[in-house]
Design a protein around this ligand. Structure first.
Ligand SMILES: *Cc1c(COP(=O)(O)O)cnc(C)c1O
Length: 373
C-alpha cells in the first residue's frame, strides 16, 4: 500500500534518538530548548514553545488569549476536529466560516460573522497551502481579534518568501507521525510575542514557577503538555531533513500537476506563485458527476494499493457538534467534502510510485460506469 502520507525515518534519526535515550535527561533537558531554537531559526520567528501535540498547543494558545465561556471564535469547518475542539474546551463557541475551492477559509466571508462575542479567528493552511494571512491579520487588527493559524500541515510553507509562522499572533505546528516532520507525537506554538511565549511555557508545565531551592509557586492553572528530550532529538534530526522532504514532495506534486492538466475527471489545487506549499497533502477535487461514486473509487484504489484518504468531513457534521451547536450547511465545505480525495504524496515515494498512483487513479476512474443510485 502506498499511503497518502508517511513518516520517513533514517539512520541519523535513529542514532539521535538512541543517543538521547542513553543520556541523563529523557525529558526536561537541553535538547528541548535546542529543538525550539532550531525551529525558531528555521521559521525566522522569535520564539517557539514545543508541546506534546498540536492539540495541546492549540489548547494553550486559546488559554493564552483568554478564551472563555461566552466567547466565539470564527474558524474553518475543513480541518481536523482539534482546531475547534480545543476552543470548546475553553468554553467558547466555534462559528464556522465557509471555505474557498482551495480548502482554505474564505477571508471575504469572515466579517459578516463577527459579533461582540468574537475573540479570535482560527485558520488552517489546508494541505500546506498558506492562507491569506496578511488579509486575515488586517481584518483581525481592524476588529481587535486575535489570529491563530493552525499550520499543522504547513511547516516549511512560505508566503511572499517568508515562512508560515510569522504573521498570526500564534502559529501552531504538528509533529504527529505523518505531518511534515515527526517527533512521534508533538506540536509547537511559534510566536513573535514574548509575553505569549512566556505564558505558553508556564501553561505547558503545570503553571509552576521555580523560586529558590525547593520552593516553587503555582500561579496559573496549567497542564503537563511537555515534549520529551527523546522526542525533541528526533525532531532536531528530522528538521535537518525537512527541506529535502519538501523538495521531494514538490517534485511529486509537480509531476501530478502536469500529468493531470486538463483531465476530464477532476481538478487539482494550484499553489499561487507567491506561495510555497509543504505539500503535506495532494488533494484532487472530483467533478460533481463522480461524487456519488467516491466510495466505490476509494475502495477500488485501496484494493489496488493506493491509500487515498479524504480531508475533511466538515467539523459541524460530527454528531457532538450537531447536538451541541445545531445543524449547519456551508455550501463550499459540503461540496469540497464530496469532491476531495488526498492521493499519495510523501518523501518516501519514488517517481515510479507517483506514476503508478496517477495511472491507477485514471484507470479506476474510467472503470466507473457513472452514478446509477
Ligand atoms: C494533525 C492536525 C491537528 C492535531 O495535531 P496533533 O499533533 O495530532 O494533536 C490539528 N489540526 C490540524 C489541521 C491537523 O492536521
Amino acid at each position: 500500500m502506498i499511503p497518502y502520507s508517511r513518516q520517513s525515518i533514517d539512520q541519523s534519526d535513529i542514532d539521535a534518538v538512541v543517543e538521547t535515550l542513553k543520556g541523563d535527561f529523557l525529558t526536561g533537558g537541553k535538547i528541548v530548548s535546542d529543538f525550539e531554537e532550531a525551529l525558531a531559526h528555521y521559521l525566522g520567528v522569535k520564539h517557539v514553545c514545543v508541546m506534546n501535540s498540536a492539540t495541546s498547543a492549540l489548547h494553550v494558545a486559546y488559554q493564552i488569549i483568554g478564551l472563555h465561556e461566552g466567547d466565539e471564535i470564527i474558524t474553518t469547518p475543513l480541518s481536523f476536529a482539534a482546531t475547534s475542539n480545543t476552543a470548546i474546551q475553553c468554553g467558547a463557541k466555534p462559528i464556522f466560516c465557509d471555505i474557498k475551492w482551495d480548502g482554505n477559509i474564505d477571508e471575504r466571508k469572515i466579517e459578516a460573522l463577527i459579533t461582540p462575542q468574537t475573540k479570535a479567528v482560527s485558520a488552517v493552511d489546508f494541505g500546506g497551502n498558506p492562507v491569506e494571512i496578511q488579509t486575515l491579520k488586517n481584518l483581525c487588527n481592524t476588529h481587535k481579534l486575535f489570529l491563530i493559524d493552525d499550520a499543522s500541515h504547513a511547516l516549511g510553507s512560505e508566503i511572499d518568501g517568508q515562512k508560515v509562522g510569522n504573521v498570526a499572533d500564534m502559529t501552531i505546528f504538528s509533529f504527529h507521525a505523518i505531518k511534515p516532520i515527526t517527533t512521534f507525537e508533538g506540536g509547537a506554538i511559534a510566536t513573535n510575542n514574548t509575553e505569549f511565549y512566556e505564558k505558553a511555557k508556564l501553561l505547558r508545565s503545570h503553571g509552576v514557577v521555580k523560586k529558590t531551592h525547593w520552593n516553587s509557586d503555582m500561579i496559573v492553572l496549567g497542564e503537563n503538555y511537555r515534549l520529551s528530550d527523546v522526542a525533541c532529538a528526533l525532531g532536531l534530526s528530522q528538521l535537518k531533513r525537512l527541506d529535502s522532504f519538501i523538495a521531494k514532495r514538490a517534485d511529486i506534486a509537480r509531476y501530478y500537476d502536469e500529468r493531470f492538466q486538463n483531465n476530464p475527471y477532476f481538478t487539482t489545487i494550484a499553489i499561487a506563485p507567491t506561495k510555497k506549499s509543504s505539500y503535506h497533502l495532494y488533494p484532487i477535487l472530483l467533478s460533481s458527476s463522480l461524487w456519488c461514486a467516491k466510495e466505490e473509487l476509494f475502495e477500488s484504489l485501496h484494493v489496488k494499493g493506493i491509500g487515498v484518504q479524504v480531508h475533511y468531513k466538515p467539523i459541524y457534521q460530527f454528531s457532538y457538534y450537531k447536538e451541541r451547536f445545531g445543524e449547519h450547511r456551508l455550501a463550499n465545505a459540503e461540496d469540497f467534502y464530496r469532491a476531495e480525495l488526498s492521493i499519495p504524496c510523501h518523501q518516501g515515494m519514488r517517481m515510479e510510485d507517483a506514476t503508478l498512483v496517477a495511472d491507477t487513479l485514471i484507470e479506476e476512474i474510467e472503470k466507473i460506469k457513472g452514478c446509477n443510485r
